[in-house]
Design a protein around this ligand. Structure first.
Ligand code: 5GP
Length: 213
């Protein structure tokens, strides 16, 4: 399900922005949905971020992230190589600028999967970027997904829920909301936004953030 905000005019054809930023709260299923997007649209360029966090089991340097130390990260910022960066859960994350611009210049739509602060910075730096928030079908579903594993301690879960609340509260800043009730459907909705026919720009109600009661 996609909800669109009204565009700046009511024309029915628009030039599709080719840079898409996907954000969403922890537990919403971003990795599964984006893995499906990769299968459906292998020609998209997926940005590989730099991060100071340690690799998790199975993560490959250069594929999942560029794993760098803090000095290296800072040098990338100082030399202007980073398009946006943010701190998340005590680690630094940033988008290398050159590969994204190279993909766009070659006509390849590009996708960034980043958190809220980074999405805001991309909006400032590249106002033509399209911002998409992946939403849970309801707040209750997100709570279930974040607490369901039962392996984390209560304080960690509560912290994640707090961050998720903050992220969902910013949903109105995003151009589109894609609800992840079904991974394949959510991926198809995203692919349609990234490479499909030009979006409607006529007003449609924007999905409200799920109730947090
Ligand atoms: P994780 O450590 O779980 O892979 O990612 C933690 C958070 O960092 C996720 O919300 C992810 O979207 C975000 N993230 C990953 N790469 C970047 C980046 O380059 N910039 C920003 N701002 N956030 C990122």
């Amino acid at each position: 399900m996609i909800a669109e905000r009204p565009g700046p005019d009511d024309s029915t054809t628009v030039v599709r922005p080719r840079l898409t930023v996907v954000s969403g709260p922890s537990g919403v299923g971003k990795s599964s949905v984006l893995a499906e997007v990769r299968r459906m649209a292998p020609d998209l360029y997926f940005s590989v971020s730099a991060t100071t966090r340690s690799p998790r089991p199975g993560e490959v340097d250069g594929t999942h992230y560029h794993f760098v130390d803090r000095d290296w990260f800072q040098r990338m910022i100082d030399s202007g190589e980073i398009l946006e960066h943010a701190e998340y859960a005590g680690n630094h994350y940033g988008t290398p600028r050159a590969p994204v611009l190279a993909a766009l210049d070659s006509g390849r739509p590009a996708v960034l999967e980043i958190e809220l602060q980074g999405a805001r910075l991309v909006r400032e730096a590249m106002p033509e970027a399209r911002l998409v928030m992946l939403m849970p079908p309801s707040w209750e579903v997100l709570v279930d997904r974040l607490t369901g594993r039962g392996t984390e301690d209560a304080a960690v879960v509560e912290r994640r829920l707090q961050v998720a609340r903050e992220e969902l509260a910013a949903a109105e800043e995003f151009d589109h909301h894609v609800v992840n009730a079904d991974v394949r459907q959510a991926a198809a909705d995203l692919v349609n936004l990234m490479v499909g026919p030009a979006a409607r720009t006529t007003a449609a109600p924007t999905t409200a953030a799920p109730s947090r009661d």
